[in-house]
Design a binder for this molecule. Structure first.
Ligand code: ATP
Ligand code: MN
Length: 464
């Protein structure tokens, strides 16, 4: 009996003696003087390849096997044997090799060993075949699994919030418009656009956050989380911003800001712990090739407590630091990445949760403190990446909420349903948003966010 097996499982000593079928892509072929060849085969199930021994007696050895080059696809039947080779417990002694597709070494882009990450971005259709992007994909998968594990184990309900939304001012950045109006047939004589003719009868957008809808479910069902794609049309070409990214947003009724911080800290630690435990080979790879400190940093973070301090104290620390910042620090400014990095990398040398920001910096839905000047906001900052989580305790008092909306030029009528949550059985509640890609970036140590999402969307770039 031949068992179809993945490279990952074929590499385990437990597979020795089994008759198996392995399907994958050739990474390298090495011909031995003894008239046989070694093939390194990868199928994406693990970072490491399976070594295949292709004997010269194979029927197609001269005609096909000896022409296999990187990128060619194969199906191989044979027996798993113990291997004398370094770094592997097993190898596959091929009895039959079927060549499914050759890859012309003259034109196959990954034939050459090393390409820059920038160059690989041009080949989003091929880069998952590299060690780096295979490892990123597996770690990203592990993080997604941990997200669900964590919340499901804590009895959170997974809620799907809409991707198309008509509330145009969620306060989180520029939005993409969704329309079926024919853009090249819009009135050009200055007459207004007739939104009633549009698909939804009014302007609609891609969501920048599922929070407001998440609050609806939290204020009915208690503990919920959303996890889905999020869109921001900010024209910021940074190494930490995408136009399309994934966000996890828990929202919990009866939570205050401290509960929220506790949840965020526990949650991040779980993601980091799981990545270390479940993706050992991939993490070792990142540690070796991209960031020599990433494993040590994660281990340390999992074991220590996050520093928590009010925005006001952070401003004092920055002012007393003696550091020359490009943007001078004073109470009321939005902290820049240089400030965040100083706090996490130099002052505290670890994650920091800043809380209680000036009300002028933050959206209408954050709860106003008794001092009237600050709101119950929190940002979790980590070394290198900066802000990884943003959240708050929400304003549950209708009068304060409507006043804050007015302050920010929003019409409370447009948010009548949001106000209803405060009108009928209002409760304190809190939540936050974690950018999935920022988390994967931090865990892997990859410097650019475009390299931790399969198909990055950034200004001027959406090829695949
Ligand atoms: P930043 O200040 O870094 O632009 P933000 O304060 O606008 O982020 P929030 O609205 O608080 O972001 O969103 C919650 C989380 O979503 C952030 O902490 C971050 O992890 C992630 N995030 C926000 N914008 C982006 C983006 N453009 N690309 C990738 N992740 C993002
Ligand atoms: Mn934020």
């Amino acid at each position: 009996m031949v068992t179809r097996i993945s490279v990952k499982h074929a590499r385990q000593a437990a597979a020795i003696g089994q008759q198996v079928l392995v399907q994958g892509w050739i990474r390298t072929r090495r011909d031995s003087k003894g008239g046989f060849s070694f093939l390194e085969v990868n199928d994406g199930s693990s970072l490491a390849n399976l070594q295949v021994v292709a004997d010269g007696n194979l029927a197609n050895y001269e005609t096909e096997v000896k022409h296999l080059t990187a990128g060619s696809s194969v199906a191989i039947e044979g027996e798993i044997k113990p291997s004398g080779g370094k770094g592997q417990a097993t190898e596959l002694l091929a009895a039959k090799i079927t060549v499914l597709g050759l890859a012309d070494p003259e034109s196959y882009p990954l034939q050459k060993k090393q390409h820059s990450l920038e160059k690989l971005r041009e080949w989003a259709h091929l880069r998952p075949r590299t060690n780096t992007f295979g490892a990123v994909a597996r770690v990203r998968n592990s993080v997604c699994r941990s997200i669900h594990d964590f919340f499901q184990e804590e009895d959170f309900l997974y809620v799907h919030t809409p991707i198309i939304t008509a509330s145009d001012c969620e306060g989180a950045g520029a939005m993409f418009r969704v329309t079926t109006l024919e853009l090249d047939k819009l009135p050009r004589d200055g007459s207004p656009i007739r939104h009633e003719l549009d698909f939804f009868g009014k302007p609609a957008y891609l969501t920048v956050s599922g929070q407001l809808e998440g609050e609806i479910f939290a204020c009915s069902l208690g503990k919920i989380y959303t996890f889905g794609p999020t869109f921001r049309a900010e024209n910021s070409n940074t190494s930490r911003h995408l136009a399309e990214f994934w966000m996890v947003e828990p929202e919990v009724a009866f939570y205050d800001l401290v509960d929220n911080m506790d949840l965020a800290e526990r949650f991040l630690k779980r993601l980091f712990r799981d990545a270390l435990d479940r993706c050992g080979d991939d993490m070792a790879f990142f540690n070796e090739h991209y960031d020599k400190t990433t494993i040590e940093t994660l281990e340390k973070i999992v074991a220590c407590e996050f520093h928590r301090l009010p925005y006001t104290e952070a401003v004092e620390i920055l002012q007393k630091s003696g550091e020359k910042f490009e943007f001078p620090v004073e109470w009321g400014i939005d902290l820049q990445s240089e400030h965040e990095r100083y706090l996490t990398e130099k002052h505290f040398r670890g994650p920091v949760i800043l809380h209680d920001y000036p009300r002028t910096l933050k959206p209408f839905y954050m709860r106003v403190n008794d001092d009237g000047r600050t709101v119950r906001a929190m940002d979790v900052l980590v070394p290198k990446v900066g802000e990884i989580i943003g959240g708050s305790q929400r304003e549950e008092r209708l009068d304060v909420l409507t006043q804050r909306m007015a302050e920010q030029g929003l019409r409370s009528e447009d948010y009548w349903w949001y106000c209803d949550l405060r009108r009928y059985g209002t409760v304190p509640h809190a939540g936050f948003g974690l950018g999935l890609e920022r988390a994967v970036q931090f865990i892997t140590g990859m410097a650019n966010i475009r390299d931790v999402i399969p198909f990055p969307r950034t200004p001027g770039s959406a090829e695949f």
